[in-house]
Design a protein around this ligand. Structure first.
Ligand SMILES: *Cc1c(COP(=O)(O)O)cnc(C)c1O
Length: 343
């Protein structure tokens, strides 16, 4: 059996989740009548300490809805050049909402106030103006970095001082909270909306949550319909999401496994591995003189799946279907791959 470290999205729903889905009480959620979705939205809002929350099919849709709600056509969105919203959502800001990304190079995963100030654009006859600051925590593209709440607050204050709203792409919000031992309420205290995925480390088969104040969520509900995300008896997929909310504390195990994986791989001749904050390990193969494409293919042949994230950058992700034994086996197999490629 291949050890699948491509992403924490590859987890299979547990028997309890399948049972919960089969037995879920349902109704038409577009009419607001699905009791299971309503329960999930209430539980999710409570979990992050916001007034309200909206169940959305994917994290991508949640981010795109947030951008649409916060910013007007033509406006600019300040975000990190390695952010998911900028890199991995098919230019959705432009395609779906007529928004312009203005990327900055946020080396510490969150734009500094200085970076915000120099990227900020005042609305004028010639310029559309800045409509949103989008942050990300944990930061996927920079190696699952857990951004401390103080940095989020500082960035948010810089935006709010200029009347600009702040969205947090917290696809892996709880990984950050667990890694830093910070309450979710604190992590999202100073942002205007937050997205988190139920379908990643928390193990649900489908779905994400977009949370904020009541007015934001009411508007987000309209945009969800516009983007084709108004679902009917969605309680069937929301029920496992309720169980996923109970999986927060076990993320610690994924982080420990990632640390073990990183240290094992870093000891392999020719490989350099990041020291992970959370469940994402970045492995660099430049010293080996092998590009990530070749490396990932060779790993697959040996029964370890990873993802190409740069010319010499491979990403391995731990999750709830990966045990410590899997991690140890993965290190052995990848070490054998590196030995082959060194020859
Ligand atoms: C996975 C991810 C998303 C998107 O989630 P999907 O459910 O796959 O659309 C958004 N942001 C970040 C940081 C992610 O890692």
């Amino acid at each position: 059996m291949a050890i699948d470290l491509r992403s924490d999205t590859v987890t299979r729903p547990s028997a309890a989740m399948r049972e919960a889905a089969a037995g879920a009480d349902v109704g038409d959620d577009v009419y607001g009548e699905d009791p299971t979705v309503n329960e999930l939205e209430a539980a999710a809002a409570e979990r992050v300490g916001t007034e309200d929350a909206l169940y959305v099919p994917t994290g991508t849709m949640g981010n795109q809805i947030a951008a649409r709600v916060h910013a007007d056509r033509g406006e600019e969105i300040i975000l990190d050049r390695e952010s998911h919203v900028y890199c991995w959502e098919l230019g959705g800001l432009a395609q779906l909402s007529g928004l312009q990304p203005r990327p900055v190079d946020a080396a510490d995963a969150v734009p500094t106030p200085e970076q915000f100030a120099s990227a900020y654009v005042e609305e004028s006859l010639h310029r559309a103006g800045t409509g949103l600051l989008a942050l990300e925590n944990t930061h996927n593209g920079r190696g699952g970095v857990a951004v401390p709440p103080e940095s989020i607050s500082v960035a948010a204050a810089a935006a709010h001082d200029r009347g600009v709203s702040v969205h947090l792409d917290g696809a892996r919000l709880f990984n950050a909270c667990v890694a830093l031992d910070v309450a979710p309420e604190r992590m999202v205290r100073d942002v205007d909306s937050v997205l988190f995925c139920l379908s990643k480390g928390l193990g649900a088969p489908v779905g994400s949550i977009l949370a904020g104040d009541a007015a934001f969520v009411a508007e987000a509900r309209r945009v969800r319909k516009l983007f084709g995300g108004g679902m009917r008896q969605a309680g069937l997929i929301a029920a496992p999401g309720l169980l996923a909310l109970e999986n927060v504390d076990r993320l610690e195990t994924d982080h420990e496994n990632a640390a073990a994986l990183a240290s094992g791989l870093d000891d392999v001749d020719g490989l350099r591995a990041s020291d992970p904050d959370t469940n994402i390990v970045q492995v660099f193969t430049d010293e080996l003189g092998v590009d990530a494409e070749t490396f990932v293919d060779a790993c697959e042949e040996r029964g370890v799946l990873g993802g190409v994230h740069g010319p010499y950058l491979t990403r391995f992700c731990t999750h709830l279907d990966v045990t410590r034994e899997d991690v140890e086996a993965a290190v052995e197999r990848v070490a054998a791959v590196a030995a082959d490629l060194r020859e």
